[in-house]
Design a protein around this ligand. Structure first.
Ligand code: KIV
Length: 313
């Protein structure tokens, strides 16, 4: 696809570093890349050094800087946004435009972490011939460094095409929310020998197709350990135990912001819902009772203007 974007470089003033860093902006003013972002080779090197890869989702300009500042290696703009931000029942419902808009906000709100855009169902599974064009939009329009896609029957072919176009791909096997089997059935995948062998094959095939890492979702920890040992690229677990090379969780679960359901693999680290509720209740109370706003939050007219105005009325 022909791109008409012009790129320009602006220096970034980083007072914490002795090194000059540069941000790359496109003609729309979107941050494309920085010299200091985590790269694909940084992620693979971590596995080689036996260091864990930390991944967390974020969906907007408010939370991206917090996740970035906390030292997360990869910010995933997951299509879990459909459930936890947009209130949809299924991740199948979210559009490519929605994913691109939010990915762009996350890129703008972060400087250091790698940002991965999650390909929504409509962008590749509904019509695999659109896959490369969809993936390119995450890079060109949002400024993402890579994309993620879930396993489906044409996952290998689509991965090869996207990687062939120069875009790094993170795979995703095990439970794949875009194509869950029957609702309510156990989410855990690879529990019998046949299922376990199938998952090992899928992970190995995705590695051969060019993925630089693979999410293992809802996989017994013993099987996740086998897969992690068989692959050269890092495995990123979610409900897949401690032997994966890295971990991912949904931000709104970690912060206690999503209350519709809580999967077994979630650990809540802070209760932002309760904190927010207390703060907002105080606001409502203070507005009702006239405690807020005070003079401090008000603008005032000069005395002479007020006198003049009152005379003229
Ligand atoms: O959409 C998402 O948030 C994900 C992760 C949970 C892996 O796919």
């Amino acid at each position: 696809m022909q791109s008409t974007r012009r790129l320009n470089i602006r220096p970034r003033h980083d007072f914490t570093s002795r090194f000059v860093a540069y941000n790359l902006f496109d003609s729309f003013g979107i941050l494309v890349n920085t010299a200091m972002r985590v790269t694909v080779s940084d992620i693979i090197d971590k596995k080689n050094r036996g260091e864990k890869v930390t991944v967390l989702t974020a969906y907007d300009y408010a939370f991206a800087p917090i996740v970035d500042a906390a030292g997360v290696d990869i910010i995933l703009v997951g299509d879990s946004m459909a459930n936890v931000v947009l209130g949809m029942q299924s991740t199948q419902e979210i559009s490519l435009d929605e994913m691109i808009n939010h990915s762009r906000a996350v890129v703008k709100g972060s400087e250091r972490a790698m940002v991965i855009g999650d390909m929504p169902y409509c962008a590749y599974q509904a019509n695999p011939d659109d896959a490369v064009t969809s993936a390119r939009r995450f890079v060109n329009e949002a400024g993402c460094q890579a994309i993620k896609l879930e396993w489906f029957d044409r996952a290998l072919e689509v991965t090869e095409q996207i990687v062939g176009d120069g875009i790094p791909v993170m795979g995703h096997v095990g439970f794949t929310p875009q194509t869950p089997d029957e609702p309510g059935s156990s989410k855990v995948r690879g529990k019998d020998v046949e299922g376990a062998r199938r998952l090992i094959q899928q992970a190995k095939a995705l590695e051969s197709a060019g993925c630089f890492s693979i999410v293992l979702e809802c996989v017994p920890w013993q099987l996740a350990k086998i897969i992690s040992e068989k692959l050269a690229i890092p495995t990123i677990g979610i409900g897949a135990g401690v032997f994966c090379n890295g971990q991912v969780l949904v931000l709104n679960d970690v912060l206690g912001l999503f209350r519709r359901f809580t999967p077994k693999f979630v650990k809540k680290y802070v209760d932002i819902y309760q904190e927010s509720l207390c703060g907002i209740e105080r606001y409502v109370q203070e507005v009702k009772t006239g405690v807020f706003p005070t003079e401090k939050q008000s603008f005032s007219l000069p005395q002479e203007v007020l006198k003049e105005l009152e005379k003229s009325l």
